[in-house]
Design a protein around this ligand. Structure first.
Ligand code: AMP
Ligand code: MG
Length: 406
């Protein structure tokens, strides 16, 4: 028996951030950037109007009020994208649209709401200060600024900025490609009729979803029966496209637990009893060209909790991002609990905030085959190995999973 921390340490020692490569901007979405991106030009690129209105010399509208409007000749229109340059001299103005370049000579924009909106001779009922409603070149980003530092995870907002500064491609760490295999001769794919003693393969769906939620790319191989040849072939066939392989099932002590036999032969894989519940039997090692492989237990809750505890941190390290684990809160347990000594328990809970207090409410059946309580949970309370009894109201350290709502 080894501890959760020992097993996790072995896993993390085996994985490293993937080697950076250049990807098209949208393919880099969700990746961690591996270069400092510097703006080669300012943003905005030129002084432009913040409003639909009139580009004026502020001195020409000095003292304008709703009761004493100033009227100016309009010498033309400046739309966004206009190439023609209109210069503004004393006593005239130009109609201008949001984002259009400020014409030479103008030092303020009067919003159309302050005027009668005329296109030839406009009456202006308010006096703009110098610089009013002008977006200055470089006020957002200066040329030479680092806009996206190396190590940033590229979400929609970083993609926006990278596009704005003209980057079509960026150097990022690629997302790990994760091959997901379910083992079990009792398994049937979704949609097929269930015969006697058969169950739907939910692990490959669950693990593909979990891989995606962790920010990696999943390949769903699906079901492989408890047959050594079939499993060997499935793993060998998919090694080429894998940065990580996950199997579920067949790692405990059953007579037909073939994963153990196959992984032991294909690579350097250790089989461990990890002091945790759910998820005690775990296989981990490398196959092929040092591809990490996780042999997770078959019970669906064990598989997903093992993914949380061991696989997700590994995938995040490969992505090149921190923190590896989930955010944690200290929460107040709403039910008493007893558990065996010597194992770390991951308790399915619903975390909610009530004023100052954060409550962790167990979400029902905690058996390792019981998915309903897992699906209702938004947290995992981590009960330490040495604890055997927890009274109602105990403080428990709780991982916050991503889902919200009930
Ligand atoms: P195993 O780890 O192979 O001994 O499987 C443990 C339990 O999990 C058994 O009840 C299996 O039927 C079940 N199980 C294994 N793999 C899956 C799967 N992919 N989907 C649903 N249940 C599974
Ligand atoms: Mg099995």
């Amino acid at each position: 028996m080894r501890s959760v921390d020992e097993h996790l340490a072995e896993v993390l020692a085996q994985v490293a951030p993937l080697r950076p490569m250049e990807l098209h901007l949208l393919d880099a979405h969700g990746c961690v950037i591996a270069e400092d991106v510097v703006a080669s030009a300012p943003l905005p690129g030129f002084d432009n109007s913040a409003m639909d209105g009139y580009a004026v010399r502020s001195a020409d509208v000095l003292g304008a009020t709703p009761h004493a409007a100033v009227s100016l000749q309009v010498i033309g229109d400046i739309a966004a994208g206009t190439q023609k340059v209109l210069a503004i001299s004393a006593g005239v103005c130009a109609r201008i649209m949001t984002g259009a370049p400020l014409p030479p000579g103008a030092d303020a924009v009067v919003p159309v709401e302050w005027t009668d909106g005329d296109s030839r001779r406009v009456r202006i009922g308010n006096q703009p200060p110098v610089g009013a409603f002008i977006r200055r070149a470089g006020e957002d980003v200066r040329a030479g600024d680092v806009v996206v530092p190396s190590g940033s995870l590229l979400g929609a907002t970083q993609v926006a900025l990278l596009a704005a500064v003209g980057r079509r491609a960026v150097v990022v760490r690629p997302k790990p490609r994760v091959v997901v295999i379910s083992t079990g001769s009792e398994l049937v794919d979704l949609g097929a009729p269930l015969g006697y003693g058969q169950v739907v393969d939910c692990n490959s769906y669950a693990l593909v979803a979990a891989v995606r939620e962790a920010g990696a790319i999943a390949y769903q191989v699906g079901i492989v029966s408890d047959d050594q040849q079939a499993l060997t072939r499935a793993i060998e066939d998919h090694l080429i496209q894998a940065d990580v392989i996950i199997t579920s099932g067949g790692v405990s002590v059953g007579a037909y637990d073939v994963t153990k036999a196959v992984l032991g032969r294909l690579g350097t894989v250790g089989f461990h009893q990890v002091a945790m519940t759910p998820g005690m039997p775990q296989a981990f090692g490398v196959v092929g060209d040092d591809i990490p492989i996780f042999g997770l237990p078959g019970n669906p809750v064990s598989a997903l909790v093992s993914f949380e505890v061991f696989v997700r941190p590994a995938l995040r390290r490969m992505l090149g991002t921190e923190p590896l684990g989930r955010p944690q809160v200290s929460a107040t347990l709403t039910q008493a609990l007893s558990k065996p000594a010597g194992k770390r328990q991951f308790l399915r809970v619903y975390v909610s905030r009530h004023g100052e207090q954060v409550l962790a409410e167990p979400t029902g059946g905690q058996g390792s085959h019981m998915l309903a309580g897992l699906a209702a949970a938004n947290g995992l309370a981590v009960i330490p190995e040495d604890v055997t009894e927890l009274p109602v109201g105990s403080a428990v350290s709780t991982w916050l999973l991503e889902r919200r709502g009930r």
